[in-house]
Design a protein around this ligand. Structure first.
Ligand SMILES: [Zn+2]
Length: 248
């Protein structure tokens, strides 16, 4: 009896180890663009439209100052922000729309919570999130997306491999401009203005009531004043450098 108990305990322990081993640590990939050989340098601005509304402070500053940007949109955001989508589509030289998922669900194929958001939880659910995001974009008449960025920008390595197989590159970043749109205007402006040649900035364009949006505009204008060039991810094709197998 005692032996049986001991054996059962060992089986339970090894099962626990297997399940821990299966949940590989999540990764938050970085992305850079190859630095310019000469000039003041270039940076890529990426803005997430997770859900919610449109920050017109940012959208109008981009149009007025002719600053190109890559916008990661979800199916949810596209549905609720037709006017902003029209403005972006009216400036195809400025805006590249890419895939931020159908429902803003983290591309993690094991069940867990990331920043309080429930992960997709299975390989099928990751596929559904990526494919429904692409389908929502196709419905707007935009070119087919080539990049994917999952909600929270964290991934299980196996999810990254699946997304790559679907033909998307996975968009990391090198500068977290607005801390999930939760930072103050001053700190956001400081982070963005500190971008250097080759950096990829992430911020949000869906929180019109947050102070961070004002900082995004100030930071971008500071970079422009320093003479940096803004490129979109499709301009930097073949010049992108992502880790964790996100672009190669
Ligand atoms: Zn998001």
């Amino acid at each position: 009896m005692r032996l049986l108990h001991k054996n059962l305990c060992m089986i339970a322990m090894s099962l626990a180890m297997v399940s821990v081993g299966r949940a590989a640590p999540l990764v938050e990939p970085t992305l850079h663009i190859r630095p310019q050989a000469s000039g003041a340098g270039r940076v890529a601005l990426t803005l997430d439209a997770c859900g919610g509304q449109t920050d017109d402070r940012i959208l109008s500053a981009l149009v007025e100052n002719k600053i190109p940007a890559t916008i990661f949109v979800t199916g949810i955001w596209l549905k609720r922000n037709a006017a902003a989508v029209e403005i972006m589509r009216a400036h195809p030289d400025l805006f590249e729309l890419e895939n931020h998922g159908g429902h803003h669900i983290p591309a993690v194929d094991t069940p867990q919570k990331i920043y309080g958001i429930r992960s997709a939880g299975s390989p099928d659910a990751v596929l559904a999130e990526v494919e429904s995001g692409a389908a929502a974009l196709a419905g707007t008449g935009e070119p087919a997306p080539k990049w994917f960025r999952g909600a929270t920008a964290e991934y299980s390595p196996s999810a990254i491999a699946m997304i790559r197989k679907l033909g998307f590159k996975v968009a990391g970043f090198s500068i977290n401009g607005d801390g999930g749109s939760l930072l103050g205007a001053k700190e956001t402006a400081r982070r963005i203005a500190a971008a250097k040649d080759g950096d990829v900035i992430i911020s949000h364009i869906n929180q019109p009531t947050h102070a961070a949006g004002e900082g995004v505009v100030q930071g971008l204008l500071a970079l422009k004043a320093k003479g940096l060039t803004f490129v979109r991810l499709d301009d930097a094709d073949a010049d992108d450098i992502g880790n964790h197998g996100t672009t190669d």
